[in-house]
Design a binder for this molecule. Structure first.
Ligand SMILES: [Zn+2]
Ligand SMILES: [Zn+2]
Ligand SMILES: [Zn+2]
Ligand SMILES: [Zn+2]
Length: 238
């Protein structure tokens, strides 16, 4: 899909908006984030390793999340989060690739092969800053992500949940291929069979005649848009 500019997003701590790369640097030094961290550390609870992760779609990098994840949480927790905010359509399998191993959903019936391990493992045992972890959701119509381990700090978590959302990309501004108004719908048949952007406003989606891929579907803020009939909701789970 044609895009006009690098996607931007907002720091949840200070509400400043900036581009993807700027946010990676900004989050290290944001004064409002440092205050929030200091307040959490002054409270009760135990210290743990907290990982700054950046999740990106592997192809355009236009879809991204900045997350802080608790070291005691598991790859299952990260998988559940990614499904809720970006991916879940019909319960496909998924996998993280770390070193020689694929961490996936294992069953008790002997499906595991040599290099497979279960996702029920604490991330503090695996994550190190600088790692770039490939992730796949659905081994048929695959959504490929990369999880970058940007940084780690010791302290008290900002949330009782496994993951805290620090920033995410805003929806790109898409333009209707028929009239130039903002587009909110996507036609897969236009893309696959007619070499068109497939982007449509509400009015042109309503009168659009392509039906081969189920007709126009809503554009949502997710790298899975248009794949396997994915229509969102693309919202964080907590
Ligand atoms: Zn900030
Ligand atoms: Zn599906
Ligand atoms: Zn239109
Ligand atoms: Zn179409």
């Amino acid at each position: 899909m044609a895009r006009k500019q690098q996607t931007r997003g907002e720091c949840v701590f200070c509400r400043r908006e900036m581009a993807k790369g700027g946010l990676t640097r900004h989050l290290k030094s944001c004064p409002a984030r440092q205050e929030t961290i200091a307040a959490a550390n002054a409270g009760g609870g135990k210290n743990e390793a907290l990982y700054h992760l950046q999740a990106l779609d592997a192809w355009s990098g236009d879809y991204w999340l900045h997350l802080e994840m608790r070291g005691d949480a598991t790859l299952n927790d990260l998988d559940s989060y990614l499904r809720a905010i970006w991916l879940e359509c019909c319960g496909h399998l998924s996998a993280f690739s770390i070193g020689p191993y694929r961490y996936t959903q294992l069953f008790d019936d002997g499906w595991a092969v040599g290099d497979e391990k279960d996702m029920a493992v604490k991330v503090a045992r695996l994550f190190r800053p600088g790692m770039e972890i490939p992730y796949e959701y659905d081994f048929g119509t695959t959504s490929e992500l990369v999880i970058k381990v940007v940084d780690v700090r010791k302290g008290r978590p900002l949330t009782p949940n496994p993951i805290f959302l620090m920033a995410r990309n805003k929806m790109s501004a898409f333009i209707c291929q028929e009239c130039g108004q903002p587009a909110e719908w996507l036609c897969i048949e236009c893309i696959y069979e007619h070499d068109e952007p497939g982007l449509l406003c509400k009015a042109h989606a309503d009168e659009h005649e392509h039906e081969a891929y189920g007709g126009p579907m809503p554009l949502v803020n997710s790298p899975r848009v248009g794949m396997c009939g994915y229509v969102g909701p693309a919202e964080p789970p907590y």
